[in-house]
Design a protein around this ligand. Sequence first.
Ligand SMILES: Nc1nc2c([nH]c(=O)n2[C@H]2C[C@H](O)[C@@H](COP(=O)(O)OP(=O)(O)OP(=O)(O)O)O2)c(=O)[nH]1
Length: 139
Amino acid sequence: MTRRLVVAAAIVDATERPRRLLAARRSQPAELAGRWEFPGGKAEPGEHPVDALHRELHEELGVGVDLGDEVVGPDDGGWFITDRHVLRLWFARVVSGAPEPLVEHDELRWLDAGSLWDVHWLDGDVRIVEELAQTLRPR
Ligand SMILES: Nc1nc2c([nH]c(=O)n2[C@H]2C[C@H](O)[C@@H](COP(=O)(O)OP(=O)(O)OP(=O)(O)O)O2)c(=O)[nH]1
């Protein structure tokens, strides 16, 4: 079975030595509402993943970003987040707009090394957050 590609961003406050990561709380669908994730969404068929990510971040948060390195995962370079989806994730920094939960989310939160686990991440994201925890600078 081919997994559907989901693209998402680890939005951080600085590309070099970041301290904070932006998490988004889903408001839909009902079974995922209240769980936290990396903002992003499904790439359309034929759409370049990077283009899809810029589109999703603009739609969902109202921001423009500069993308940094991809956070390469262990599953063919991506992250199998569900049995039907593979996630590709890039570091990103906001360069225009201020992030707001416009659609699909009802809250955003900047997390630092000490608060990274204060939110209930989607199951598939937990091992990604564990990896990112190594990157965030302690206070
Ligand atoms: N965006 C996002 N989706 C994730 C993450 N972790 C995770 O398991 N998922 C799952 C939830 C969904 O089943 C799927 C992504 O679907 P989505 O609802 O965000 O996609 P979309 O914005 O394009 O929305 P739609 O076309 O389904 O309406 O991947 C994550 O960190 N970010």
